[in-house]
Design a binder for this molecule. Structure first.
Ligand SMILES: [Zn+2]
Length: 298
């Protein structure tokens, strides 16, 4: 077993109490997980959990469900990161917002956020919605990463994001794009290899994927182990905490089973995430990131 030296959990949803409660209710409605947090769990309790699991830093995602709430949420992310120096906060916005340029400017220049995260299914828009093109153009110019929820279209009962994502990768070749959940069930693993060769800005986030395959043995398990061996520099990993399907330690242990070398473990657990953020220079002033950049450079 190869264990990572550092853990950057690249997929966390720390949110306001109201939205955390809503998220936990959603999980309880949809899944039979037995470890789910109480709806009254506090931010301190959740942060204690991350600390106990040895998390050195984490990407934090919190996206608006309605137009006009983006700036409030992005400002909350800034405050949250000031309270929690291990946080690497990501902004978001809604396809229905009419002041997208200003939201982006404020999030990156004033709120000091690291990039943007979008959940096309939960936020009710298509990745290639014409209203989003100015957003991708602007983020490409600024060297800021964009994270999209992908995969599990069947669960959401909505069409796959595959075509939309491909069109964005083609139209914005300089944009750093993270496909969260590794396009699982949208694109077969075999085909993902050629996506990675064709689109140098593409990264994959393996959150929730290992649970789906049960074990590294078997066709999918072997394919993803090989994908990680060849492309771990392009793969990041996170937990979806506190809405995850298992406690953090269990999730991290499960991911370790798919790491065939120390390099794979270090890449997917932290190095790829730090390099991805550092490449565009967008996360320059983020405390959760600066210590880790020193480790990578050293
Ligand atoms: Zn998530």
């Amino acid at each position: 077993m190869f264990r990572p030296e550092i853990i950057v959990d690249a997929h966390i949803h720390m949110m306001t109490h109201k939205r955390t409660r809503g998220g936990i209710r959603w999980v309880k409605r949809n899944f039979a997980f037995d470890h789910v947090f109480s709806e009254e769990v506090t931010e301190e309790e959740l942060i204690d959990n991350l600390n106990l699991a040895g998390v050195n830093a984490f990407f934090n995602y919190f996206y608006p469900l309605q137009p006009q709430e983006s700036q409030v949420l992005n400002a909350w992310q800034r405050e949250f990161a000031l309270r929690n120096p291990r946080a690497i906060p990501f902004a978001s916005l809604h396809a229905g917002d009419d002041n997208k340029g200003e939201i982006i400017r404020k999030a990156l220049e004033e709120d000091n956020l690291a990039g943007f995260k979008f959940h096309p299914y939960a936020q009710g828009f298509r990745i290639d919605d014409p209203a989003m093109m100015e957003v991708y153009r602007e983020l490409q110019e600024r060297g800021c990463p964009v994270v999209f929820h992908t995969g599990f279209a069947g669960f959401f009962g909505l069409p796959s994001v595959k075509g939309g994502l491909k069109s964005i990768l083609k139209q914005f070749p300089g944009l750093t794009v993270v496909a969260a959940h590794l396009l699982y069930q949208d694109v077969p693993f075999k085909e993902i290899f050629s996506w990675l060769d064709e689109y140098p800005g593409l990264y994959l986030d393996a959150t929730n994927v290992f649970a789906e395959m049960g074990s590294p043995v078997g066709r999918e398990g072997e394919e993803i182990t090989r994908l990680l061996q060849e492309y771990s520099a392009k793969v990041i990993f996170g937990s979806d905490f506190p809405l995850a399907y298992a406690p953090l330690e269990a999730l991290y242990n499960q991911a370790v089973e798919y790491c065939a070398t120390q390099e794979v473990a270090d890449n997917i657990f932290w190095r790829s995430a730090v390099k991805m953020l550092s490449a565009g220079g967008c996360g320059r002033n983020i405390r959760g990131l600066s210590n880790l950049q020193a480790v990578v450079d050293g």
